[in-house]
Design a protein around this ligand. Structure first.
Ligand code: GLC
Ligand code: GLC
Length: 811
């Protein structure tokens, strides 16, 4: 069952009923001012940091779901309604929400009045624009009243929802003309305030929530709206809100637009005040003036469309499969941008108050983003690397505002260092900008310890080289990619953090998954060393890698698949001898991607085992059999009920690893089958089962051991976005930026005749036609560049600005 449809020409998802299984959301903003907006206009805004600079208030896990938002009430006679249905839930005559790239348009119609609400954050500005266009579709004049409503957050989202003894007394506002200013704590240490304005004289306002809603009411039935009149309340403490009242009369067929602006303003210390107690509004007034007319808003929207069209023209495909095209060209890349911006901070499942930026998460997010804005990827790499410790290990997380490593969680996640190599390699392959390797970068944010970035990579690899366990496999530390495999934790206390309990290092527990990474990213490191003239060192790294490959094929091989790990007692995890958790997905994908066992047959055998033991109709589960009891020696993984999260859920992030791995052994049919199983566009039809948004990936889908098999959770902020894009763009369609050049190596389903693809790489445009006359799954027989045959399948860089025609024939 569907609750909407894709509009490919507009690059929108069109939701046709407000009664979706869950709030289906979109992100506005891509620089500093961000908003989350659901299909019923729920959500909130923040400036840079969702915890420390929360602009509007939201109630997570609220009943009913998804309250608050920016709500517009229309009182038309005795009927009160919202264009997005919420919060009054008044039945609409028609409803539609179009989520597009950086904007959403929600249109409701009731009693011949149409209200179209366009929401977006302009490129380069710190505000959200809500343009409400009202049209009288009846044949008689109509008079009605519009009320805006949003609740201000008192900046720190955690304090705002916990420290009521203080914050019920701090709220302050000013109202001048049509603008409401939220200035809590501006009198003391803050130099920022929020404004909420509308481009027309108003007929009233409210800034006290109590005055607006009335006692014992909710935003579903505000008293002021019912009465049709604001009280002009000025908030002192309690809950400051922004409400405008605008009375409207429309002739038959007439339209009127109201432009609301929710903005964030910072003033320099010596420009804070206009008069004692009166805030300096100069910047706010200038902001309001930038969006005072429809022409200005139209221009800002056009700029936003241009921004996205330019970004997404870097990689676009045309094939015979419209779902593939729509995911590759629009939604997958869009989600990559959002995950890059948000990391794991603010979604409808991440409250924006918890984790900072993850070292491993951000490095992987970058793999799906680097082609979009390489300069921002560069900056991100340098920020991340500066949190690395001198011994090559890393803070697991850092705070985006301070860019400092987060002490609470500390270090000891032994996959972290290798992801830095992955990120840097991806950046170099995309840009060829080797200067990044010479950039001096702090260790542990200490300038006196700064070393060139290349030295950071050396220490990343070196950390794993010098931290091996009894079998010669890398020590796992607190955990590897799987945060829930906590082999040195041994936690018995309820509520204790699995992430930080126990020693951060253990001398025995080892990870086969990290061994796979060591081989894959060790080889990339060797390539980087070769390209920078460090030939001897590259050879030494390759020798280390070869030794690890051998170790994986002995101590890490279980007979039909790769083992997962060894626990703190040296017992096998992920082997036939285990009662539960006999086989795990992660090492199968990573080790084969690394090329381990490809020549000797283990790779194909391992992938066949995945198919036989882990595959389901909704994707590949993380392990089997699921853990049914809590295993002290394994930690959090066995804490989840069977079928959920890391305990045998379909953890979407690692499904593309197996799809990539299948391309490594030439199985295009199977690689694509795996790709499709978790890909939103292909499962849109089962939205009532899947439940999360059908245009983006979720972190997890309940596995076959779960009662709710097929149900997704935790949409939007997941490494799945980046890895599926890497899978489809580099492994399946096969356009791989490498240090040697742009490699073309498709591995596609045999029935596909080919495809055409546009790739902007290092400033030049490659128009690539791939033909598959013999209906193969992999292999390039011939390639021409501008009509001339070339040998091999690697394109060399050409001058920026040029366009190159490439023809590739599979065979
Ligand atoms: C979450 C974490 C990520 C981890 C994964 C598997 O998505 O953000 O760092 O790798 O879970 O546990
Ligand atoms: C839990 C989750 C895992 C996530 C981690 C982050 O362990 O299961 O997915 O990565 O929390 O702290």
């Amino acid at each position: 069952m569907k609750f909407g449809h894709f509009s490919d020409s507009a690059r929108e998802y069109v939701i046709t009923t407000p009664r979706t299984p869950l709030p289906w959301i979109n992100y506005l903003g891509s620089e500093a001012f961000f908003s989350l907006v659901s299909h019923t206009a729920g959500g909130y805004s923040f400036y840079r940091d969702a915890k420390l600079r929360r602009i509007t208030r939201y109630r997570y896990n609220n009943v009913p779901a998804d309250s608050n938002g920016r709500y517009y009430y229309i009182k038309d006679g005795d009927t009160v309604w919202n264009p997005g249905w919420q919060p009054t839930q008044t039945e609409l005559d028609s409803y539609e929400c179009r989520h597009g790239l950086g904007y959403s348009i929600i249109t409701g119609k009731k009693n011949s009045l149409t209200a179209k609400l366009e929401l977006f954050v302009p490129v380069g500005d710190n505000c959200e624009i809500d343009r409400l266009v009202l049209t009288n579709e009846s044949d008689a004049p109509k008079s009605f009243t519009v009320f805006s409503y949003l609740e201000f957050c008192l900046w720190n989202a955690v304090d705002d929802s916990t420290n009521f003894q203080r914050n019920f007394s701090t709220g302050e506002v000013e109202v001048e003309g049509s603008t409401i200013y939220h200035k809590t704590e501006y009198r003391e240490r803050r130099n920022h305030y929020a404004l909420f304005t509308v481009n027309t004289p108003i007929d009233g306002f409210d800034t006290s929530r109590d005055a607006f809603l009335g006692a014992w009411r909710s935003n579903a039935n505000p008293e002021v709206v019912e009465n049709g009149r604001c009280t002009n309340s000025v908030a002192h403490g309690w809950a400051p809100v922004g409400v405008h009242q605008v009375n409207v009369t429309l002739q038959p067929g007439e339209s009127r637009s109201l432009i609301f602006v929710l903005g964030y303003i910072e003033n320099p210390e010596d420009e804070k005040w206009a008069a004692p107690g009166v805030i300096n509004k100069t910047r706010a007034q200038a902001m309001a003036a930038r969006y005072a007319t429809d022409a200005q808003v139209d221009a800002a929207l056009a700029k936003l469309h241009d921004h996205w069209n330019t970004l997404l023209s870097t990689y676009s495909v045309k094939s015979s499969d419209e779902k593939l095209d729509r995911m590759v060209n629009t939604w997958n890349q869009y989600q990559c941008m959002v995950t890059f911006n948000m990391s794991r901070s603010a979604s409808y499942y991440e409250s924006g108050t918890g984790r900072g930026m993850g070292f491993r998460d951000s490095c992987q997010d970058l793999l799906g983003f680097v082609h979009l804005i390489p300069a921002r990827a560069r900056e991100r790499i340098l920020d991340i690397a500066a949190t690395q410790f001198p011994d090559g290990s890393a803070y697991h997380q850092y705070q985006p505002l301070t860019k400092k490593g987060n002490m609470d969680i500390g270090s000891g996640f032994n996959d972290d260092p290798l992801w830095l190599i992955a990120a840097v390699y991806a950046y170099l392959g995309e840009t060829g900008d080797y200067s990044i390797l010479d950039e001096p970068v702090d260790f542990d944010n200490d300038h006196s310890l700064a070393q060139p970035l290349l030295e950071h990579l050396r220490r990343s690899f070196g950390y794993l080289r010098t931290h091996k366990g009894p079998h010669g496999l890398p020590l796992i530390g607190r955990a590897d990619w799987n945060d829930c495999l906590n082999l040195n934790c041994f936690s018995k206390e309820p509520g204790e953090s699995f992430q930080t309990t126990g020693p951060s290092e253990g001398p025995v527990a080892e990870s086969v998954f990290i061994a796979g990474m060591y081989v894959k990213y060790g080889n990339q490191f060797a390539e980087i060393l070769d390209s920078t003239g460090h030939t001897d060192e590259a050879a030494a790294v390759r020798a280390e890698v070869a030794e690890m490959e051998h170790t994986v094929l002995t101590a890490g091989w279980d007979g039909s698949w790769f083992r997962r790990a060894y626990d703190a007692f040296g017992h096998v995890i992920g082997g036939e001898e285990c009662e539960e958790g006999k086989i795990f997905i992660e090492p199968q994908g990573m080790c084969v991607m690394a090329g381990i066992g490809v020549d000797t047959g283990e790779a194909v055998t391992a992938l066949q085992s995945v198919k036989d033991k882990l595959d389901t109709k909704y994707g590949i589960v993380l392990l089997q059999p699921a853990y049914t009891k809590y295993h002290l020696e394994l930690g959090e993984i066995s804490s989840y009920p069977p079928g959920y999260k890391e305990n045998a859920g379909i953890f979407c992030h690692n499904n593309p690893w197996v799809s990539c791995a299948e391309t490594v052994v030439g199985h295009g049919d199977r690689a694509f089958e795996i790709y499709k199983k978790t890909c939103p566009a292909y499962i849109e039809d089962i939205s009532e089962i899947h439940r999360t948004e059908p245009y983006v990936y979720s972190q997890m889908v309940a596995g076959r051991d779960a009662a709710t098999f097929g149900e997704a959770k935790n949409s939007w902020l997941t490494g799945t976005a980046a890895w599926t894009f890497v899978d489809v763009s580099q492994y399946i369609l096969g356009i791989q930026p490498t240090l040697a050049g742009l490699k073309i190596d498709p591995c596609i389903p045999h029935e596909m005749d080919g495809f055409t693809l546009r790739r902007v790489w290092r400033g030049a445009t490659y128009e690539i036609v791939v033909e598959n006359p013999d209906h193969l799954e992999k292999g390039v027989k011939a390639m021409t560049v501008d009509g001339k045959p070339v040998s091999g399948n690697i394109l060399s860089p050409v001058p920026a600005g040029s366009t190159v025609q490439v023809k590739v024939v599979m065979g």
